[in-house]
Write a protein that binds this ligand. Structure first.
Ligand code: ATP
Length: 253
């Protein structure tokens, strides 16, 4: 049976001088959205990257486990096939001299998919993220697409190997509100249609209000609050969570 839950257990990250992430445990469940919010520099991105063992040089995992349905796994083995990754500012995530189509073909070749079946799968993926003329998009180069289009292409690439879980780190930052709303609709549809478990990292509580089932609040490398999205807005317990909700209400109430 395919795994239902992806967990991070008691993660500690260190840069040699300071603890950056302390005792962080999280569980992402299939068909659900776990929001990860908090102050800038709180440790959200490093926590996300640790799930796939993609930490930057100088940052070490000194303790902690990644598990699928409570069975410990080697994080690097999850990349792409079990867990997809979508990051912010997609332009830097593409090779400018390589067409969109070739980006897909290289990813699909990881699973031995080539030729006509690969083209067919690529067109299906591009259609799934809302492109009406997938073949045309595949022929373009990254510089010929807008930021919002590239973000959708990145999402389609993250789905190329049919992952069960998706890690999305600030996927809507830098997009205009209309494009943001479209991307959030798309993520919600993927969770429902494919039964993907989504970790959604954001500093924007309106994104959380729109999509998350459960929310973890991070502050200075620790999770200081973990509860349902509804309760976070109604009754935030930790001062950091209270400050985030108050700031959100001041902006949007
Ligand atoms: N390569 C690195 N080497 C050393 N320290 C790092 C490195 N990358 C990040 N850090 C530090 O680790 C801490 C957590 O950073 P991280 O990027 O995970 O925070 P974040 O919550 O994602 O912030 P933001 O919302 O601004 O993206 C910060 O103090 C940051 O300065």
């Amino acid at each position: 049976m395919s795994p239902r839950a992806l967990s991070l257990l008691a993660l500690h990250l260190h840069d040699g001088e300071h603890a950056l992430v302390r005792d962080v445990s999280l569980t992402i469940r299939r068909g659900k959205v776990l929001g990860l919010v908090g102050t800038s520099g709180g440790g959200k991105s490093l926590t996300t990257l640790a799930i796939l063992d993609l930490l930057p040089p100088g940052v070490k995992r000194v303790a902690g486990l990644v598990a699928l349905d409570s069975q410990p796994v080697e994080p690097a083995t999850l990349r792409g096939r079990i867990v997809g990754l979508v990051q912010q500012a997609p332009r830097g995530g593409f090779n400018p001299l390589v067409s969109i189509g070739r980006h897909f073909l290289e990813t699909l070749a990881c699973d031995g998919l080539r030729g006509a079946p690969a083209w067919e799968k690529m067109q299906g993926l591009l259609a799934e993220v809302g492109f009406e003329r997938p073949a045309e998009i595949a022929s373009l180069y990254p510089s010929q697409l807008s930021g919002g289009m590239l973000q959708r292409v990145m999402l389609a690439l993250a789905l190329a190997r049919d992952p069960l879980f998706l890690l999305a780190d600030e996927p809507t930052t830098d997009l205009d509100l209309v494009v943001q709303a479209r991307l959030l609709d798309l993520l919600e549809a993927l969770v429902q249609r494919r039964g993907i478990g989504l970790l959604l990292v954001t500093h924007d509580l309106s994104v959380i209000a729109r999509l998350a089932d459960t929310v973890a609040v991070m502050d200075q490398g620790r999770i200081v609050e973990l509860q349902s999205a509804h309760n976070l807005f109604e009754d935030p317990a930790h001062p950091r969570a209270q400050a985030l909700v108050a700031a959100h209400r001041a902006l949007y109430a």
